[in-house]
Design a protein around this ligand. Structure first.
Ligand code: HEM
Length: 327
């Protein structure tokens, strides 16, 4: 929702139909089909039906995006007409402060196919990653009440000192060390994108004694790397403290923790995605205490995963918020 408001501004009706299509595209792309294993065999690709399904989804997304672009073009035209009229009467030219992503892209090209491709790429790649990360973080904190207490103490101390409106940016995260460790630990156990996008190398290489011929399709399993016992002690336990005394980070330089990938094809939305995660979490943790419904005990909270383009919870997380009032 935050990404779509940034991209589309206020076109709520079309936005409402676009997000479910994106969700289906992400789910379909994330699954494996027999055609993925033998990509050169067109018959297998046809039998699996995935290609047909994706084409249909693509057509739906394309027509919704065209509607959004048309809306933007006519809104811009109306605004320009009003501005021309106002300027003729002596008013100053309007700046473009409230332009959204579509406006910015349309200002740089008249080619609507390119604009649609960029928007589709951003939405499919961004998917629900940040909300999924927040949902897993809250799940782990509910399962581990002592960690929840510790992180809330830190966040409340921070906001009580700086005021409720304080923005949690990269500089201030140095003060929220435990929250940062909690997020790193969640990315380690539950990377929203478990697998890299498929990549092909231009030439043959040898990695750890394995020869990988050029043009081989390679997919890296970030989920398995995060739980590899040769890198992590008690790999399946949620222990944010493990990050307090190390500089291991998720930015792509520490190969045992790669929730955003690494190298030239590292996620370009990393800063935006993490800013959303930190600010949502900081607000949820500051403003409310949280309880599990139906007397569910923390240790009984279901943590099953849904396999797809993004690894979300299999069952939604339902929690009871209890407003917190600063003393
Ligand atoms: C917590 C949030 C996010 C996570 C965990 C995440 C993770 C990833 C991962 C693992 C990849 C694949 C890297 C690879 O193939 O090795 C990726 C690619 C990508 N991400 Fe993100 N992402 C997040 C948020 C976002 C957001 C908010 C945007 C855009 C607004 C975005 C845009 C992209 C794009 C465009 C690519 C494809 C890059 C390419 O084609 O090489 N991501 N992301």
């Amino acid at each position: 929702m935050i990404t779509s408001r940034t991209a589309f501004g206020t076109i709520r009706e079309l936005e409402g139909s676009f997000l479910p299509v994106i969700h289906q595209i992400v789910q379909t792309l994330g699954g494996f089909s027999i055609g993925d294993i033998f990509p050169s065999n067109r018959l297998l690709r046809l039998i699996s039906g995935t290609e047909r399904h994706l084409k249909k989804l693509h057509q739906e997304a394309d027509s919704i995006l065209q509607g959004i672009i048309d809306e933007h073009v006519s809104r811009k035209r109306r605004r320009r007409e009003t501005e021309d009229h106002d300027m003729a009467e002596g008013a100053e030219e309007d700046d473009n402060d409230d332009d959204d992503l579509v406006d910015v892209l349309l200002a740089s090209t008249n080619n609507h196919v390119e604009v649609k491709a960029v928007i589709l790429d951003v939405f499919v790649a961004a998917g629900d990653s940040s909300p999924i990360a927040v949902e897993w973080t809250m799940s782990e904190l509910m399962k581990n009440p002592e960690k929840m207490e510790k992180v809330q103490r830190e966040v409340r101390h921070f906001f009580d000192k700086r005021g409720e409106g304080a923005v949690v940016d990269e500089a201030l995260l140095n003060e929220l060390k435990y929250l940062k460790s909690v997020v790193k630990e969640t990315f380690r156990l539950h990377p929203p994108a478990a697998l890299s996008l498929p990549r092909e190398g231009p030439e043959t290489v040898v990695v750890n004694g394995y020869q990988i011929p050029s043009r081989t399709r390679v997919i890296v399993n970030y989920w398995a790397i995060g739980r590899d016992p040769s890198h992590w002690t008690q790999p399946n336990q949620f222990i944010p403290e493990r990050f307090l005394d190390t500089c291991i980070d998720y930015r792509g330089f520490d190969f045992q923790l790669l929730p955003f990938g690494s190298g030239r094809r590292v996620c370009p939305g990393m800063n935006y995605g993490t800013a959303v995660v930190y600010s949502l979490l900081a607000n949820l943790l500051y403003r409310f205490n949280w309880e599990l419904p139906n007397q569910i005990k923390p240790q009984d909270l279901d943590m099953s995963e849904n396999f797809g383009g993004a690894i979300s919870r299999k069952k939604n997380l339902y929690l009871i918020p209890i407003p917190y009032h600063a003393p």
